[in-house]
Design a protein around this ligand. Structure first.
Ligand SMILES: [Zn+2]
Length: 244
């Protein structure tokens, strides 16, 4: 056991020495601090940055939405779903709207397809090196993590539970192991009622502001209520076909 620990400490020391050797004059301090405290030191600076954002998905969510706010929506863009998959349109209203992922509005190489802002060295969102955008990149490292969180928030259930003090958002009872991540405003309702809200404000419905963890039985009841509401709405407005 102690032998294995020695080996690991040696490997980590070597990896950190390699990182230090490659370290440019400017580098995000918080990333370095985390890299030095990792149980396995990252092999490259890029891996260190990716690891930093993976460890801070809520920070990534906030940053991605703030960067998107800097870009704003392209002129003439409207949130649409379905249609030709090659156009980059999302397949359903469950996928966060991302105009810059669409062929028609893409800003091209060196710009992030999620937020529309320039991507710099190591996938960072600020040009700490004064060398301009990285023409080989189309994702910020932070936006990759935000995109994953928006599309699969359940993967972050543990973190969200902790954030809520392990209490159910709907009943304030203790969260059980089987509790589930839920969108406070369901995504079908976002599509129905907030479709024309400005982008990237819309992204808030996929991010932390609209996420909650609730106990499973509460979730099941909420979903049943929502389904009832949906079919009632369909009867009231038969011409509106539900999105895929
Ligand atoms: Zn981005």
């Amino acid at each position: 056991m102690s032998n294995w620990r020695d080996e690991k400490a040696k490997a980590n020391a070597q990896a950190l020495a390699r990182l230090s050797k490659r370290l440019p004059d400017a580098f995000p301090q918080a990333v370095l601090v985390r890299a030095r405290n990792c149980s396995w030191a990252p092999a490259t600076l890029r891996v260190a940055i990716d690891g930093y954002w993976r460890a801070h998905p809520l920070r990534a969510d906030r940053l991605a939405r703030a960067l998107a706010a800097r870009s704003g929506a392209p002129e003439r863009w409207r949130w649409q779903v379905g249609g030709d998959p090659d156009s980059g349109l999302p397949s359903s209203f469950r996928v966060p709207p991302a105009p810059y992922r669409q062929k028609a509005f893409s800003k091209g190489d060196g710009f992030c397809c999620v937020c529309g802002q320039p991507v710099y060295r190591f996938g960072w969102h600020a040009d700490l090196w004064d060398v301009g955008p990285n023409k080989n990149a189309t994702w910020h490292s932070a936006c990759v993590v935000a995109w994953q969180l928006w599309n699969a928030p359940s993967a972050h259930a543990k973190l969200l539970r902790k954030l809520q003090g392990r209490r159910c958002r709907e009943t304030n009872r203790r969260l059980l192991k089987t509790s589930e991540v839920d969108h406070q405003v369901p995504l079908f309702q976002v599509w129905r009622q907030h479709r024309d809200a400005p982008w990237p404000e819309l992204l808030g419905y996929w991010g932390l502001p609209n996420l909650q963890v609730i106990n499973r039985e509460v979730h099941v009841a909420k979903c049943a209520d929502e389904a009832k509401g949906r079919s009632a709405a369909r009867v009231a407005a038969p011409s509106e076909s539900p999105p895929a």
